[in-house]
Design a binder for this molecule. Structure first.
Ligand SMILES: Nc1ncnc2c1ncn2[C@@H]1O[C@H](COP(=O)(O)OP(=O)(O)OP(=O)(O)O)[C@@H](O)[C@H]1O
Ligand SMILES: [Mg+2]
Length: 219
């Protein structure tokens, strides 16, 4: 489902953000991606979501070969991936409902179907009662759940979450992790980047650690 084969990513400078990364993730897995700040976690996620390409090596995501993908195919790749960004990136002028509906609106979903699906996913993350609030009127944990709902609304096969608990206290972090585990139990492959080793140790899941762009642990 996700395959990296001897992947390098070099930014101008040069910064070697990824160096010889090989990894393989199967459908239905739950994986933590750990490593210090600047290790390359977001760079790796940007590739999975088709926002960036490798400098060399092969990346295959859900049947697409990133080195050969046509720009016209990228929207189709993105439909298979749900992304929770390191900062939530909610739109201030839109309600919770409208934020979650956005990916469906962009792809031209019919209003009745859109409403049904948004209600379903808001229920799944426990936010039905906040659907007409604006992002500034809800807590950080709730904003994070809106971001997760928006990433899930188009029913992607893979959910990648970049530091989804970065700004939350430990009780809320555990709640978000419980939610991500629930999403995984329903069949979505979940890949979570985090600095929080305590959180990783409390869940017995596969962990991939990268340091200075290289995979140092995969277990
Ligand atoms: N667009 C860019 N141009 C140049 N250098 C970049 C760019 N994006 C990231 N980098 C560099 O690549 C390296 C990896 O960055 P990345 O954001 O992937 O780290 P990270 O593991 O996500 O860190 P953090 O835990 O702080 O989010 C860093 O040295 C960073 O400065
Ligand atoms: Mg990052």
């Amino acid at each position: 489902m996700i395959q990296f084969n001897h992947v390098y990513k070099t930014y101008p400078g040069p910064t070697h953000a990824l160096r010889d990364v090989s990894l393989e993730i199967n459908k239905g897995e739950f994986i933590f991606l750990t490593g210090p700040s600047g290790a390359g976690k977001t760079t790796l996620f940007r590739m999975i979501s088709g926002f960036d390409k490798p400098s060399s090596g092969d990346v295959r995501i859900a049947g697409y070969d990133l080195t050969r993908i046509k720009s016209s195919e990228i929207p189709y790749l993105r439909r298979k991936i749900g992304v929770v960004f390191q900062d939530f990136r909610l739109l201030k002028g839109r309600t919770v409902f409208e934020n979650v509906a956005l990916p469906l609106e962009i792809r031209g979903e019919r209003p009745t179907q859109m409403r049904r699906r948004v209600e379903e996913v808001l229920e799944q993350v426990g936010l039905t009662y906040k659907s007409s609030q604006f992002p500034e009127q809800i807590s950080g944990g709730e904003q994070q759940r809106v971001a997760i709902a928006r990433a899930l609304v188009h029913q992607p096969g893979v959910l990648i979450a970049d530091e989804p608990t970065g700004n939350l206290d430990s009780a809320l972090s555990e709640e978000i992790m419980d939610l991500l585990e629930k999403v995984n139990a329903q069949g979505t492959t979940v890949f979570v980047a985090t600095h929080d080793m305590g959180l990783v140790k409390r869940r017995s899941k596969r962990m991939i650690e990268i340091r200075a762009g290289q995979v140092t642990i995969d277990q």
